[in-house]
Write a protein that binds this ligand. Structure first.
Ligand SMILES: Nc1nc2c(ncn2[C@@H]2O[C@H](COP(=O)(O)OP(=O)(O)OP(=O)(O)O)[C@@H](O)[C@H]2O)c(=O)[nH]1
Length: 291
């Protein structure tokens, strides 16, 4: 399956774990050049030690000492350094792969919840969390089976990626829930983005395998934090999740905004706020609109 490119997003998952100087050397120079460097350092060091040892022992400069040092440097050092550096490279590749796998959702290729939490810990400024839940997803599974359900989730992820990849970090939170973390975003912008994505999903049916077009809608909960009203990302996620429940109770296919900051977008009334442009519950089933 294709992996969605989230590298263009302002918030990205960290590319890998912290590494020490030896790993950085292997990454930059490779095993062969790294080994050559070790041999060069080995020759210089062994010559220096040999010379010093002979001087301390009161021996005259003997060629044989330097020849022994040279033979050791060009035989033992490449053997040991080469083995060590190739082992480090293999471990580095394995750890990087493990790091990436632990932060990627297998089905959609999107970053997963762990990646979201880590990205959230790294930001402190004004930001927004959008929680996006596919409506009546169980019906899709029940009607077409889990395999088609998986394909629908994959297509939904692709659609959401096209809407949010440049705006923020889109993750699969779990099940049929997706999350977007938006940095430096106020309520109005977060709401506009969510509303655009909701509308796009509702108005353009999904094409999955050879099935007729599937009308899928989403309910979106938003929580925003500002400089004056700072809130940790996990609290924002909880608040956005509560808004999803509110959106579900409102009939689904709508966007609800949490009361975490000042006024709701375009309104002087007190928050929280819900924009209800969606279909009614009856029309808004994931499968009832299938042509
Ligand atoms: N195919 C598939 N199904 C999944 C996956 N993860 C969760 N589900 C299913 O998603 C369904 C979610 O159902 P509910 O929580 O009842 O929600 P819903 O049917 O979408 O209804 P509302 O959220 O209330 O609109 C369950 O049937 C889960 O089995 C997955 O990775 N693949």
């Amino acid at each position: 399956m294709q992996e969605f490119d989230t590298r263009t997003a302002p918030l990205t998952i960290k590319s890998g774990p912290e590494v020490g100087w030896l790993r950085r050397l292997v990454r930059r120079a490779g095993v062969w050049w790294g080994t050559l460097l070790f041999v060069a350092v080995g020759i210089v060091t062994s010559f220096a030690i040999t010379g010093t040892a002979m001087a301390v022992a009161g021996l005259p400069d003997m060629m044989i000492g330097y020849v022994c040092a040279l033979i050791c440097s060009v035989t033992l050092v490449p053997l040991m350094a080469g083995s060590l550096l190739s082992l480090i490279r293999r471990l580095d590749e394995a750890e990087s792969q493990l790091y990436h796998l632990a932060r990627t959702d297998e089905l959609t290729g999107l970053p997963n919840r762990r990646a979201l939490i880590e990205a959230g810990l790294r930001c402190s400024g004004p930001r927004a969390v959008l929680m996006i839940d596919v409506d009546y997803f169980k019906r899709i599974n029940d009607t077409y089976g889990h395999q088609i359900g998986d394909l629908v989730l994959y297509e939904v992820a692709g659609r959401l990626a096209s809407q949010f990849a440049r705006a923020g970090l889109l993750c699969r939170f779990g099940g049929e829930e997706f999350t977007v973390l938006l940095n430096d975003t106020d309520r109005q912008s977060a709401h506009d983005l969510a509303e655009r994505a909701r509308r796009n999903m509702a108005e353009t049916p999904l094409q999955v395998a050879d099935l007729p077009a599937l009308h899928v809608t989403v309910s979106i909960g938003i929580a925003v934090t500002s400089v004056d009203h700072s809130l940790a990302t996990d609290k924002l996620i909880d608040a956005a999740d509560r808004e999803v429940y509110r959106a579900k109770h409102k009939g689904r296919n709508c966007v609800c905004l949490a009361d975490t900051t000042a006024d709701p977008p375009g309104s002087d009334e007190s928050p929280p706020y819900c924009s209800e442009d969606g279909a009614s519950e009856g029309q808004n089933t994931a499968v009832s609109g299938a042509a």
